[in-house]
Design a binder for this molecule. Structure first.
Ligand SMILES: Nc1ncnc2c1ncn2[C@@H]1O[C@H](COP(=O)(O)OP(=O)(O)OP(=O)(O)O)[C@@H](O)[C@H]1O
Length: 260
């Protein structure tokens, strides 16, 4: 479980997130939604130790991240059990896809890459459905293909917590579903604490066990989408008129209502 207690982060003297407290259970998918610039990436970065906490604390795997910039050995140990896929997956680097995936084990690699590591990297590529790209240069791939390669790379870390910032933003519908299905399967099977930032509200409602609605640097609502999503909440959060319908599985479907 990741526990956030009264977490706050400032940037350039401005409070970006403040007073964030929540518990993120293992084996579940926690989806963060919210308008642009409201602190979703900041929240992931705070959990990863990338941004210093101004207040509060984050607890995970028997360790506590406190205010101030975590450094050196502590930060290394803290991040050891996290996998983090950032929003920006640009990769202007002369490596093949297989090499990029192997780098997911960076902390454990020696000069000689053993057969087990190569087999594990190929297995992750197969799981992501992109084994056929193994020999391609990463720089020659499309944005969506790169997103899947970097997901295969973070799976190589064998994490306890998976932090994914808009992991399907460049993927077509079929690949969005296959990646999120894979994330759900692995989250359940490996007991990851999975936290995903998504902009697609309907994918968020379909995949979240726990939906965190972030606006103005605070969690405005949290819980199962069926329990938290209302027309009023979405309208207040995004300033857009919507209708909330229900799909066959009973999950909310958010339909914007045209102003015409
Ligand atoms: N390097 C930075 N220096 C100062 N302020 C920053 C920096 N990066 C982000 N911010 C500010 O922090 C706020 C939150 O940004 P953040 O990236 O967390 O938002 P977000 O909710 O993830 O947005 P998006 O949906 O657009 O990705 C924004 O107001 C942004 O301008």
């Amino acid at each position: 479980m990741i526990q956030l207690e009264n977490v706050g982060v400032d940037r350039q003297g401005r409070s970006i997130i403040a007073g964030v407290s929540t518990q993120l259970e293992a084996g579940k998918i926690h989806v963060i939604i919210g308008p642009n610039g409201t602190g979703k990436t900041t929240l992931l970065n705070a959990m990863f130790g990338e941004l210093a906490l101004a207040q509060g604390q984050v607890r995970f795997a028997g360790q506590t991240l406190l205010p101030g910039k975590a450094r050196g050995k502590f930060l290394h140990g803290w991040r050891d059990t996290f996998a983090y896929l950032p929003q920006d997956t640009a990769a202007d680097i002369a490596l093949t896809v297989l090499e990029v995936v192997v780098l997911g084990r960076l902390g454990k690699l020696s000069l000689h890459i053993d057969d087990e590591t190569l087999a594990a990297a190929m297995e992750r590529l197969e799981q992501a459905g992109i084994a056929h790209l193994a020999g391609r240069d990463i720089a020659s791939l499309s944005g969506g293909q790169r997103q899947m390669v970097l997901f295969a790379q973070v799976m190589m870390r064998e994490p306890k917590a998976m932090l994914l910032d808009e992991p399907v933003s460049a993927l077509d519908l079929k690949h969005q579903i296959s990646l999120l299905d894979l994330v759900r399967r692995e989250t359940r099977a490996r007991d990851w604490v999975t936290v995903i930032v998504l902009h697609d509200l309907n994918l968020a409602c379909q995949y979240a066990d726990n939906l965190l609605v972030v606006a103005h640097g605070k969690i405005q609502a949290a819980g199962h989408p069926r329990d938290v999503v209302t027309e009023n909440l979405i309208e207040k959060t995004y300033g857009v008129k919507v209708e909330v319908l229900t799909d066959r599985a009973g999950n909310p479907v958010i339909q914007p209502v045209s102003g015409i």
